[in-house]
Design a protein around this ligand. Structure first.
Ligand code: DX5
Ligand code: ZN
Length: 232
């Protein structure tokens, strides 16, 4: 069976002075959702964008906004992102005091919920919450910056999560997307897909590859071509 693939450009690498145009351009080029990286200069050593920017971008987009919270505490900002038009909200389990509660809070706000794992964060956080997850996000770089190099040790971890999700679904559980974030490019996206990912964040790979007309169709064709040739 062919797996459905989704590509989510991270606006961390977009031109922040033209963010509305940038998200419209990647949607027109075939983005499946917008990956929205939220950093707080506390959980991660960088500071980016919050609910106000999410709300400002929402009218520019038809596709879902995939909010990746790299911040602590988590719970008090969830409602603000839901009101700002977020569709998925993911957080790092070690940044929340009550993981089950935070997942439920996200779903109660009408969003899809997910957990994010840094390259060295153990997967045991999945143990008791599989039924509350819509997505697992595996970081393939350490969080904080765009444009870093993919960490190959993440590949076995992707395979491990793919096995857990497949077993969960085979046992009658709900579908769970498996997203990979960090250093995903045209030349490694097929390998990431073969390891088990179905959803791919691509920041610098997309936004550093504008077409002469300012669009992004060329890089989406290359990413989709590599996925189509992956054999998955
Ligand atoms: C890193 C962010 C990523 C990052 C991806 O902390 O979560 O989403 O922007 O950017 P690239 O694709 O350039 O590694
Ligand atoms: Zn991210």
């Amino acid at each position: 069976m062919t797996r459905a693939f989704r590509i989510a450009p991270s606006i961390l690498s977009a031109d922040f002075a033209r963010l509305g145009e940038e998200v419209r351009a990647v949607e027109a080029a075939g983005a499946d959702m917008i990956h929205f990286d939220v950093m707080d200069n506390h959980y991660v050593p960088n500071l980016t964008i919050g609910p106000l920017v999410c709300e400002a971008l929402r009218p520019h987009l038809q596709i879902p906004i995939d909010v990746h919270l790299m911040l602590s505490p988590v719970d008090r900002i969830v409602g603000d992102f839901a009101k700002a038009g977020a569709n998925l909200i993911t957080f790092h389990p070690e940044a929340s005091d009550h993981i089950d509660r935070t997942l439920q809070l996200i779903r109660d706000c009408g969003c899809r919920a997910g957990l994010v794992f840094n390259p060295a964060t153990p997967l045991f956080y999945l143990d008791h919450v599989m039924d509350k997850l819509d997505m697992v996000l595996l970081m393939s770089v350490n969080p904080g910056y765009g444009g870093q190099k993919f960490i190959p040790a993440t590949l076995p971890k992707i395979r491990a999560v793919r096995s857990r999700i497949d077993a969960h679904v085979a046992a009658g559980g709900q579908p769970i997307w498996l997203e990979v974030d960090g250093g995903v490019k045209v030349d490694n996206i097929a390998e990431v897909a073969r390891a088990g990912a179905d959803t791919f964040v691509a920041g610098s790979a997309v936004f550093s590859a504008a077409d002469p007309d300012g669009g992004y169709r060329g890089v989406f064709e290359k990413l989709r071509g590599a996925l189509a040739a992956s054999g998955v």
